[in-house]
Ligand binder design. Structure first.
Ligand SMILES: [Fe+2]
Ligand SMILES: [Fe+2]
Length: 163
């Protein structure tokens, strides 16, 4: 099989951002267009959103943020803010998971999470990624590989406990 072009760290993270945005859009569409008929689909979407964001925030906190903190000391404040925003997202994620069933309450929480994530992603795109690209010691290709490997590990671990 031909080797697909490797993504660098920022491309990989931004592909995740885009993927989860599509899930939020689909959730909102179903909640609006067919709230009564789409509960099972919304529950599945909410689970996928929560799972994907959990892995995404973890690989950022384990690999991307520490590397950036080291390579670009002036990024420290934005990274601290990012971690704080991850925490806010994690609180909403655990509320959504606890709720489990789709309905007005879940729709409200998912919409709130969508807004929080949109704001956070904008900051990563506008502030963190440019700093990462400008930092002399950042090897974005190698970081991209590390992020991808860790992402696969976490996804495999999550799916083996799902069954
Ligand atoms: Fe991110
Ligand atoms: Fe993030």
């Amino acid at each position: 099989m031909p080797q697909l072009a490797q993504k660098d760290a920022c491309e990989l993270l931004d592909a995740d951002h885009l993927a989860v945005k599509h899930l939020f859009v689909e959730y909102a569409r179903l909640a609006k267009a067919m709230p009564a008929e789409s509960t099972a689909d919304r529950e599945a979407l909410a689970r996928k959103i929560c799972d994907e964001l959990t892995v995404h925030t973890q690989i950022e906190e384990d690999i991307f943020y520490p590397a950036l903190r080291q390579a670009a000391p002036d990024a420290g404040d934005v990274i601290d803010e990012g971690i704080e925003e991850h925490h806010e997202a994690k609180v909403l994620i655990s509320q959504i998971r606890e709720l489990g069933t789709a309905g007005a309450e879940m729709d409200k929480l998912v919409a709130e999470l969508a807004r929080a994530v949109e704001h956070h992603v904008k900051e990563e795109r506008d502030e963190l990624f440019p700093k990462a690209k400008a930092a002399p010691g950042m090897d974005l290709m190698s970081l991209g590989e590390q992020l991808r490997d860790r992402q696969r590990e976490l996804e495999a671990a999550a799916s083996s406990t799902d069954a």
